[in-house]
Design a protein around this ligand. Structure first.
Ligand code: SF4
Length: 312
């Protein structure tokens, strides 16, 4: 099958930093047990791999990071690349936990910008996904931060401050954020707009949007919990006008679909292990519609070695 490997794709620098930091922890004498507050990256295979190595991931979508912290009384807590609110930091210190903070530089930069505007007396409209850890971390900074996910959320806003800034979660769709911010400018003509989509998210989306009609289908390798992976599929459908499917690994590949197309393009989210994407690419390159021996979608990836650095 003709297979286009979209570049760039896969792990971003924030994810590589988080995983490298955690990989190195096994060599250090840190307080045990070691908990990860939420999924270190939104990828279930990586979470399983970490569990095998003794890291306890606290993941419950119905609970905030602050609530998850209630279940830890000793040891070490790892904060993920999405960042945490000041209240989470303070509570972890009060509990006497050792803290390993893997918050991505790009997330820290966006939080600093928001704090600067708050200090100048602004209200902040934050385009982000409700209940996403990055939005949760930001909204915990101040009650003057208002999270909106789409245009309908603007109707619920009740802001009387003449000074308003609008910014966004780092992993949103660049096109959705543009639409939302244009809408905001009409509602609040003096609003200040600061784009905080990270470069990793932006260039992955732009590469998908630039695909042409010679591509029949786009496969995005990524976990369904991964916001940036879902957005890549949306960009393909909405901007490139090419059907797209989000798959977690090779075992989600739809053979019936492949029988109907001639050219597929592959990308992957910033939290997708490179090995998982490479296995999908290699399968598609070898796929021959008329040769059933090339249709076996059983994964050969061993969770034991998902954490090894040579795969970054
Ligand atoms: S997607 Fe962007 S903000 Fe998130 S970890 Fe990667 S580089 Fe950082």
């Amino acid at each position: 099958m003709k297979t286009i490997k979209i570049t760039p794709r896969g792990y971003c620098h924030g994810v590589v930093n988080a995983i490298n930091t955690i990989s190195n922890l096994s060599d250090l004498s840190i307080k045990k047990p070691v908990y990860i507050l939420g999924m270190v990256i939104h990828n279930k295979q990586m979470t399983a791999s970490l569990e095998q190595k003794g890291f306890i991931t606290l993941h419950d979508p119905s609970k905030t990071r602050l609530e998850l912290l209630d279940s830890i009384d000793e040891g070490t807590v790892i904060f993920t690349a999405h960042g945490v609110s000041p209240a989470v930091y303070e509570k972890a210190i009060e509990k006497g936990l050792e803290i390993i903070d893997t918050t991505c530089d790009d997330v820290i930069k966006s939080q600093i910008t928001i704090k600067e505007y708050l200090a100048k007396g602004y209200d902040v409209i934050y385009i982000g996904k409700h209940n996403h850890p990055e939005s949760e971390a930001v909204s915990g900074i101040s009650s003057q931060i208002h999270v909106v996910e789409d245009q309908s959320d603007f109707n619920k806003l009740d802001i009387h401050n003449p000074n308003i800034v609008i910014t966004n979660q780092t992993t949103m769709s660049i096109y959705d954020v543009f639409t939302c911010s244009e809408f905001a400018k009409r509602k609040y003509p003096n609003i200040v707009y600061i784009d905080e989509i990270c470069d990793a998210t932006r260039i992955r989306q732009e590469a998908v949007a630039a695909l042409d009609s010679s591509v029949d289908h786009v496969i995005v390798v990524g976990d369904k919990l991964s916001n940036n992976s879902r957005k890549l599929a949306e960009v393909s459908i909405q901007k490139a006008k090419i059907p797209a499917t989000l798959i977690e690994n090779i075992e989600d590949i739809d053979i019936d679909l492949l029988q109907t197309i001639d050219c597929v393009a592959v990308t992957s989210g910033a939290s997708t292990p490179t090995k998982v994407t490479n296995e999908v690419i290699s399968f598609l390159e070898n796929f021959d519609k008329n040769n059933p021996s090339t249709h076996n979608i059983t994964t050969k990836i061993n969770l034991d070695n998902l954490l090894t650095k040579k795969h970054f």
